[in-house]
Design a protein around this ligand. Structure first.
Ligand SMILES: C[S@@+](CC[C@H](N)C(=O)[O-])C[C@H]1O[C@@H](n2cnc3c(N)ncnc32)[C@H](O)[C@@H]1O
Length: 263
């Protein structure tokens, strides 16, 4: 488990995407600067919280789908602050033996997840940068928890918008999938400019003032991140339309979402 004394210092004056997302979802792990930036996003894009909720509920449905496919190991990249319904809770409610390796590079996220997981031997949290797959797979929280000879669910949910084009998000997704065996599933969601370009530009302007500039992408760009996988039904759709089960999950379009089977 992460040694909390080794986490980098947090600058509470610099807004951070993880803590802004926590604020959107009603969590309490955020500072005044995060709330201020999140309020600026909400002022520019009043349905931003709906999109965040739609994404979070897609994540839950996708985790249940993976469990239904017999998968009991999850690698959750850019996992976020344990706010509303965590992956290990959703997974272990169905399969108490499910293993979840969380990875994030935001210290408040890692500290709060570490505290939450203290008594859970089947879930770990690793402080690492998703742009460095070698470091992620070498981390004890990943290496010692997951058996990569068996299928794994690779979760990249609302994280790749924080990976700039020059860091090659398509190649990065491929590098992660290359480490996983057949039968693994790649769960991905990604914010888009396709529906409301001017609103999303306003949102990106706010994120440019935070620690995590945002790169929303088009459907074709997101599809490229899943190239080579076999998309399960209904394919790459808005998060609100991916196997909807209820109407409580946030209703505004704005995130492309899909699950791809790794061959
Ligand atoms: C919008 S939140 C998504 C949280 C969760 N995956 C979900 O969809 O509910 C994005 C997360 O990605 C993390 N993140 C952004 N860039 C990252 C990087 N380079 N390495 C690791 N985590 C990163 C942020 O700290 C934040 O927790």
């Amino acid at each position: 488990m992460t040694d909390l004394s080794k986490l980098p210092a947090v600058d509470p004056e610099v807004p951070n995407a993880a803590r802004m997302y926590d604020y959107y979802l009603g969590g309490s792990h955020n500072f005044a600067a995060d709330r201020d930036a999140a309020e600026r996003v909400k002022a520019a894009v009043p349905y931003a919280v709906e999109i965040a909720r739609a994404n979070r509920f897609f994540l839950h449905r996708a985790v249940r789908f993976c469990l239904g496919e017999g998968i009991d190991q999850f690698l959750d990249l850019g996992s976020g602050i344990p706010t509303v319904g965590n992956v290990h809770e959703a997974a272990q409610a169905t399969n108490p033996a499910a293993r979840v390796a969380y990875v994030d590079n935001e210290p408040v996220t890692v500290a709060s997840a570490t505290a939450l997981l203290e008594d859970n031997p089947l879930a770990t949290v690793t402080m690492a940068d998703v742009r460095d797959p070698d470091a992620v797979f070498a981390a004890p929280g990943v290496k010692d928890l997951l058996d990569l000879t068996r299928p794994v669910a690779l979760l990249m949910v609302a994280v790749l918008p924080f990976v700039a084009d020059e860091d090659d998000p398509v190649g990065l997704a491929e590098r992660y999938r290359a480490r996983l065996g057949p039968g693994s599933l790649h769960v991905l969601s990604h914010g888009t400019t396709d529906h409301d370009p001017s609103d999303v530009r306003a949102m990106s302007d706010v994120y440019r003032t935070t620690a995590n500039p945002l790169t929303p992408r088009t459907r074709d760009q997101v599809a490229a991140m899943l190239r080579g996988t076999e998309l399960v039904e209904p394919g790459l759709v808005d998060a609100t339309e991916w196997r909807p089960e209820d109407t409580i999950g946030g209703q505004h379009r704005g995130m492309w979402a899909a699950v791809g089977r790794i061959r």
